[in-house]
Design a protein around this ligand. Sequence first.
Ligand SMILES: Nc1ncnc2c1ncn2[C@@H]1O[C@H](COP(=O)(O)OP(=O)(O)OP(=O)(O)O)[C@@H](O)[C@H]1O
Ligand SMILES: [Mg+2]
Length: 385
Amino acid sequence: MFSTTQKIGILGGGQLGKMLCLAAADWDLKTYVLDASPDYPAGQVCTGFTAGDFNKYDDVLAFGLDKDILTIEIEHVNTEALRELERLGKTVHPAPRALDIIKDKGLQKEFYLQHDIPTARHELFGNEKQLKKAIESGKWSLPLVQKLCTAGYDGRGVAILRTAEDLERKLMPGVCIAEELAPIRTELAVVAARNAAGDVSVFPPVEMDFHPEANLVEFLLCPARVSPLVAAEAEALAEKVIRTFDICGLLAVEMFLTTDGQLLVNEVAPRPHNSGHHTIDSAPTSQFQQHLRAICNFPLGPTVQQMPAVMINLLGEPGHKGPVYYEGVEACLALEGVYIHLYGKALTSPFRKMGHATVTAATAEEAIQKAQFVKNTLKVKATNN
Ligand SMILES: Nc1ncnc2c1ncn2[C@@H]1O[C@H](COP(=O)(O)OP(=O)(O)OP(=O)(O)O)[C@@H](O)[C@H]1O
Ligand SMILES: [Mg+2]
């Protein structure tokens, strides 16, 4: 029975939570959000907001008690409380046990090894000094990638160490893994979805290009410029990964296509993901609606890419910090196939994700060109600069 009285609780009130609430509203599904402040993006559009800390056991437990389904928009949440809520009969997606593995990059990499999922070779170190010793003794050699096991996101907690000087300057303190530097031809992401009935559906692979300074995805293209064979392999790999994690909901699988044509899983995110934003404006089902379909155990929606799309993040302009305003919106709206999404954050700071724009066109080249115009024209600035 389709019931709109079910309460969906979302841990995290950022832009992903906001877009999830907006998708839920289409079907009159009721959304409740837990985060520090109702001023956050999701606070403006959810049915109900609870101020609290999604990392605290008591806050998550209390929040979940009167909800029917619990889900997340960020993986760094208190999973002990989610486990307790599961024991109390609540539906919790994604499963807390999968979250515990994904939250820790060391455990995540072990999981890939155990389940025969291709990934770059790695080793776990108790701290950065042990990693340094392993390099000095010749066990590991530069270049390599150091990743902190916990607390990294948006490129923080990842250091690419190429030279002896990098080793002095960039090495981060803490429990970490060393990873072989993959010879990347293209970075890909596949957003997969699975419902409780076990159906799996995947969106076509997207190609990610990174901002060299901010270490954030700056530009994303769907469909990715890879052969149909590689696209099919990437989709099959994403399906294998979501099934192996036994996740209901979305799982974004970030991959490297190497120069010798191999696909390696880099990491996963068990929630809506930056690499699925374009689906709002260019696919029959948005990733947010797909997440709802999956966690509510509805049939999954079609995922065909209707036309080439480029997604760009609208990042806070460097040097600007304070109350936000947007320059050039009108000029971008004058273009056909430009869709602007502003998250509603009151304050901007350098490289903060303040919104995104999706650009569609008949060809990938045209979409890239138009996206370049949007990137050069739409600026996120502070009124006090
Ligand atoms: N083994 C590797 N070889 C080459 N490059 C890598 C490797 N691991 C990570 N990188 C580069 O660093 C980027 C960030 O790494 P990763 O995705 O693991 O970190 P993150 O901080 O969780 O990122 P985000 O939150 O932005 O997805 C990757 O997208 C890739 O460009
Ligand atoms: Mg990543």
